[in-house]
Design a protein around this ligand. Structure first.
Ligand SMILES: NC(=O)c1ccc[n+]([C@@H]2O[C@H](COP(=O)([O-])OP(=O)(O)OC[C@H]3O[C@@H](n4cnc5c(N)ncnc54)[C@H](O)[C@@H]3O)[C@@H](O)[C@H]2O)c1
Length: 482
């Protein structure tokens, strides 16, 4: 998988013998350095501080740096401009904090006065380089993002750059930061990516399953009271012909009744990795008393939150391509550039959706109301369900209001999935905890379309059509969409 994992970027190393270190209290400008490791090892597994060790090596990015100042503080939920002063704030480690959901969540939690550390190996940015993709919105480096946040709000976010599949790195991050809660977004999250070829399928399952296992072991070893808030997906359930419950189903069979984990019917190697994660987490809750919340998230849309809208260096990524783009975001970009909306097959595929502003709210609610020791809690995290055809007609209407001519075409479905089916998924638990949903309104669609129109010159039309087929996946490494 050498092709997956070649990253070169600035790095701050404070120890000669370690590849990462406790964040300093200084706002540092990282210098550039290469780190090598043998190709036969798990590519992001073990870090060595030598360069050019062999020809078969990867250059990777791995360190812990503090971009901004750390100071004392007070637990969660204080007003937006409160600097980090009072003691005993809840410490939240956001794994995958440089990604789409993770960045918005990190800022939201920091704004609510949680003490936040981002842990990320920046591999998502690398996937873009590798596949020739780019976010619709220009995004700053994680270092500049964090520095800008600090300069605007006086709130520091710590940064640990490294791979959670590397347990040594994760242990250092845990023992250094000592989180009260870990929000785990840090996975390869694209179903099409996991279906490109064997190496991406293997990478996805290794990265996601081993990464999560390491997080579980780190909690057990270093902070056993820490609450794990793990991002799962509604896709774990598939599309059964009965109502989908929140994690558990009470069944009477041959006269006996039990409440059991809801059956999982994942439909890609990515979704399967999430199912494996859920099983591992459930087991460790039982065996070790881990406290965990599995957030089975629906498809997220939108790009702006209160915090990311504060400055262009805080802007979030917006994926519209056939590999990482999610349905509604993709349709808005397609409408903006005059490309027909690409409905896969019959378009009756129905899923749960939510605004990114609700993702950050849900995560905060889960942290503020932690699971009990030994509890494996499952929340279905979405606010409304739509079929693909319904989304297409909403975007068509909103586009027409803005003077755009929007057409829809049906393209052969690259996935293996039911195109017309029953779908009724419960999603009450987060509402009971206080979620106030931002429902998909005309005004939100207008603003999403406006973002798409604003950046339409950045759209690469070659990336719009689906390029990965579930049926054509093969063992050989594939190059897609050159
Ligand atoms: N975006 C959605 O619509 C959606 C829907 C349902 C569930 N989810 C889940 O939410 C989570 C976040 O999704 P996203 O859209 O923000 O994804 P993303 O790809 O934008 O972000 C994931 C981040 O995790 C990092 N990462 C990946 N593997 C890592 C590793 N081994 N070590 C350290 N960092 C690592 C990446 O560099 C990236 O910054 C994922 O677990 C995803 O499955 C997302």
């Amino acid at each position: 998988m050498a092709h997956l994992l070649t990253v070169s970027c600035p790095l701050n190393i404070s120890s000669k013998s370690r590849s990462y270190s406790k964040p300093s209290n200084q706002c540092s400008i990282p210098s550039s350095i290469s780190i090598s490791l043998p190709i036969f090892k798990s590519p992001l597994k073990k870090l060595a501080t030598k360069t050019n060790r062999s020809q078969k090596c990867h250059t990777i990015y791995a360190t812990a740096v503090s971009v901004g100042q750390e100071s004392g503080s007070q637990t969660g939920s204080m007003s937006d401009k409160t600097p980090n002063k009072a003691p005993n704030r809840t410490k939240v480690m956001v794994i995958g904090g440089d990604g789409y959901c993770g960045w918005a969540t990190s800022l939201h939690l920091s704004n609510k006065n949680y003490e936040v550390a981002v842990v990320d190996n920046l591999v998502r940015r690398h996937f873009d380089h590798q596949l020739g993709l780019d976010s619709l919105t220009p995004i700053s480096s994680i270092h500049n993002r964090i520095r800008r946040w600090k300069s605007l709000t006086e709130k520091a976010i710590q940064l640990y750059v490294g791979d959670i599949c590397d347990f040594e790195f994760l242990s250092e991050a845990f023992t250094s930061f000592k989180p009260d809660a870990v929000v785990h977004f840090g996975e390869q999250r694209s179903a099409p990516f996991s279906m490109i070829d064997r190496s991406r399928a293997v990478y996805t399952q290794h990265n996601n399953v081993i990464g999560t296992l390491n997080v579980l072991f780190a909690i057990k070893e270093f902070k056993e009271d820490c609450h794990l808030v793990k991002l799962g997906t509604m896709g774990e359930y598939g599309t059964p012909n009965i109502d989908i419950e929140e994690g558990y189903l009470t069944i009477t069979h041959n006269g006996r009744t039990d409440t059991l984990p809801y059956p999982k019917q994942a439909s890609s190697f990515y979704h399967l990795s999430k199912v494996h994660d859920s099983h591992n987490i459930a087991f460790t809750c039982k065996a070790w008393g881990i406290r965990a919340t599995d957030l089975n998230q629906g498809v997220v849309y939108g790009v702006r939150t209160d915090e990311t809208a504060m400055h262009e260096e805080l802007y979030n990524r917006f994926d519209y391509d056939g590999v990482f783009g999610t349905a509604l975001n993709r349709f808005c970009v397609q409408a903006a550039v005059g490309h027909p909306l690409t409905v896969y097959g019959k378009g009756g595929q129905t899923r749960g959706y939510l605004d990114i502003r609700d993702t950050v709210q849900c995560v905060e609610l889960a942290i503020a109301n932690p699971a009990k020791r030994g509890e494996f809690r499952v929340f279905n995290q979405f606010t409304e369900q739509f079929s693909v055809n319904e989304l297409a007609s909403l975007v068509t209407k909103a586009g027409q209001n803005l003077g755009l001519e929007v057409q829809t075409i049906s393209v052969p479905n690259p996935r293996v999935e039911a195109e017309e089916h029953y779908y009724n998924a419960k999603h009450t638990k987060l509402v009971e905890l206080g979620l106030k949903p931002h429902l998909l309104s005309d005004s939100l669609l207008d603003s999403l379309l406006n973002v798409a129109v604003q950046y339409k010159d950045r759209v690469d039309l070659k990336q719009i059509m689906p390029s990965v087929s579930w049926r054509k996946i093969g063992a050989k490494p594939k190059t897609i969409a050159a």
